[in-house]
Design a protein. Structure first.
Length: 162
């Protein structure tokens, strides 16, 4: 009887060990492969530019697709249909990367340039790498990362009641 209890105890400990190993949180890893996507329709992109003058170029990799003049620190350009994603918006030494066409307002500044550089160092301009790069560049105190809302007030997080 005593040897059966020891065996059951060992089996229980082994099962607990296996379950705890399976429940370990896995850290997100950079994505290195991506599927080539294209814009379905023409799109109008706009935003603010850190450089108040000059041009904004839209590149689909190495090729300039379209350019626009910066006026009063803002730009607006029309991206043709069937443009390869990701689209790199470049103004002087600053860039912003378009990985999805759901958003059409893209600022171009040192912050977006740092995010793009980090994503590229992770393996390229994929959605997962851009998210990892953006998350790594935002410094939010742990006290503000709660599910109860912005500093505990659910009516102010994300701009309203959720």
């Amino acid at each position: 009887m005593r040897s059966i209890s020891k065996k059951l105890l060992l089996i229980g400990l082994f099962a607990t060990f296996l379950l705890s190993a399976c429940n370990e949180t896995q850290q997100s890893k950079p994505a290195t492969q991506s599927i080539t996507k294209y814009t379905a329709t023409s799109l109008l992109f706009s935003g603010k530019v850190e450089t108040k003058t000059g041009n904004v170029d839209a590149l689909d990799g190495e090729n300039v697709v379209v350019s626009a003049k910066v006026e009063n620190g803002r730009y607006q350009l029309e991206i043709p249909a069937q443009t390869k994603l990701p689209i790199i918006l470049r103004s002087d030494n600053f860039i912003s990367v378009v990985i999805d066409t759901d958003v059409t307002n893209y600022d171009i500044n040192s912050f977006t340039t740092n995010i793009a550089a980090k994503a590229k160092s992770l393996g390229g301009y994929t959605r997962q790498n851009m998210i990892l790069a953006a998350n790594g560049s935002v410094h939010t105190p742990d006290a503000n990362k709660t599910s109860t809302g912005w500093r505990g007030d659910t009516t102010t997080q994300y701009g309203g009641w959720h």
